[in-house]
Design a protein around this ligand. Structure first.
Ligand code: FAD
Ligand code: DHB
Length: 390
């Protein structure tokens, strides 16, 4: 079997890349160790940067997002119940859109299937080889059969636990990591959101986030211990804790109900360098992870794919390899800035078990400064709506 670009991973990165390349007439094959229903069901990100929506427009899959997505002009930071609004639109002229990763994935799958994209789902033992040659190969098992794909390029869009990054030899790959000493416990509930905008809350008892998926569906998170299990958290206990952390004024508007999803995610900052090895490129979570504070994970993946698709399209349509050669460096410069923002906002908003009273006062002072300084608020707004591509 052969193709121009073999895409490993059918999450948002892999799907969007295949769509953008297809639109330019570049052939791809997409593999995933899971199936479509599983991938569409994974509840993850919920906030899209303006540039992410533009990327969906460019791909031709933004119609439902424009119809059903909620445009937000701002969000709140809350400290011990005191709220400061970051006026995204006023400070930057840009907005964000609340539209779930599940929906982005559905829209992309619908389109790829309508265009007869070649997929292999439920694959095993995926092995990229000959990456330094002109004819890289990807071998895998599919329905008991051994398959080998030969291609010009491999796109490693297989997430943090994927095989692509691991195919880069240890003497070439450098990784940078910070693991946070807590997790996020998230629930989804069929109730209107507590506020029409998101609230990121710092509280003595830990971080909390009030988010949403629609006018009738809410997504809430609270900071939890790493060794907590979802079974430790009944809905009742969750609501009680969330109300305390949001503070009485905000909690007065909280509508509770039975959760229909509940899960715990660890927090991590991670970057792998370089993002190109021979004729293989990494994009999205395969190359980097941010802690979820600031909603950057999915948006960062989309930015990578925009730059990677441009590089590949220039190669195929104009024979120009300049963007291929600069891909890793260009992307990583932006990745590190987004890592910095996600780390900073996480550091500001959470309770760290090791923090001394001095560090707690530093957090409070940073909030007070932000609330009193338009420049500080704008710096947060600029990052939140999304940094320029390059
Ligand atoms: P993924 O979505 O991870 O897709 C990778 C795909 O590759 C998967 O379908 C996987 O099955 C497949 N794959 C893996 N290994 C192989 C293999 N060996 N062979 C073939 N296929 C393989 N971001 C936010 O902005 N806000 C959030 O609230 C948020 N919450 C999150 C919660 C969790 C639990 C996780 C894990 C992530 C969360 N993120 C969040 C991050 C965001 O969801 C990711 O940044 C985004 O999914 C990245 O997309 P991707 O396509 O690069 O990777
Ligand atoms: C959501 C997740 C985030 O990490 C974030 O910063 C904002 C919203 C969400 O899942 O809705």
């Amino acid at each position: 079997v052969s193709t121009s670009v073999c895409i490993i991973g059918s999450g948002p990165s892999g799907l969007l890349l295949s769509q953008l390349l297809a639109n330019a007439g570049v052939d791809t094959i997409v593999l995933d160790r899971r199936d479509r229903a599983y991938i569409e069901g994974r509840i993850r990100a919920g906030v899209l940067e303006q540039g992410t929506v533009t990327a969906l427009e460019e791909a031709g899959v933004a119609e439902r997002c424009h119809r059903e997505g909620l445009v937000h002009d701002g969000f709140d930071l809350s400290f011990d119940g005191e709220r400061h609004r970051i006026d995204l639109k006023g400070l930057t002229g840009k907005t964000v859109t609340v539209y779930g990763q599940t929906e982005v994935t559905k829209d992309l799958f619908d389109r790829r299937f309508a265009e007869d994209q070649r997929f292999y789902f439920n694959v095993d033992n995926v092995t990229p080889t000959d990456l330094k040659s002109d004819s890289p190969k990807v071998r895998f098992t599919h329905e008991g059969e051994e398959i080998e794909i030969s291609c010009d390029y491999v796109a490693g869009c297989d997430g943090y636990h994927g095989v692509s990054r691991q195919a880069i030899p240890a003497d070439t790959l450098r990784t940078f990591e910070r693991v946070y000493p807590f997790g996020w416990l998230g629930i989804m509930v069929e109730k209107p959101p507590v506020s029409h905008e998101l609230i990121y809350a710092h509280h003595e008892r830990g971080f909390a986030l009030a988010s949403q998926r629609s006018k009738t569906r809410s997504r809430y998170y609270i900071q939890c211990d790493l060794d907590d299990d979802v079974s430790d958290w009944s809905d009742e206990r969750f609501w009680e804790e969330l109300a305390l952390r949001l503070g009485p004024d905000t909690a007065a508007d909280l509508q509770t109900g039975p959760s229909f999803e509940k899960s715990i995610a660890p927090l991590r900052s991670f970057v792998a360098e370089p993002m190109r090895y021979g004729n293989m490129f990494l994009a999205g979570d395969a190359a980097h992870i941010v802690p979820p504070t600031g909603a950057k994970g999915l948006n960062l993946a989309v930015a990578d794919v925009r730059l990677l698709s441009r590089a590949l399209i220039e190669h195929y349509t104009k024979g120009n390899d300049a963007y291929i050669d600069s891909y890793s460096e260009t992307v990583l410069t932006r990745v590190w800035k987004v890592e910095r923002f996600s780390w900073q906002l996480s550091t500001l908003m959470h309770q760290f078990p090791e923090n001394s009273p001095f560090e707690k006062r530093m957090q409070r002072a940073e909030f007070d400064f932000t609330a009193s300084s338009e420049a500080a608020s704008r710096a947060i707004a600029e990052n939140y709506v999304g940094l320029p591509l390059e």
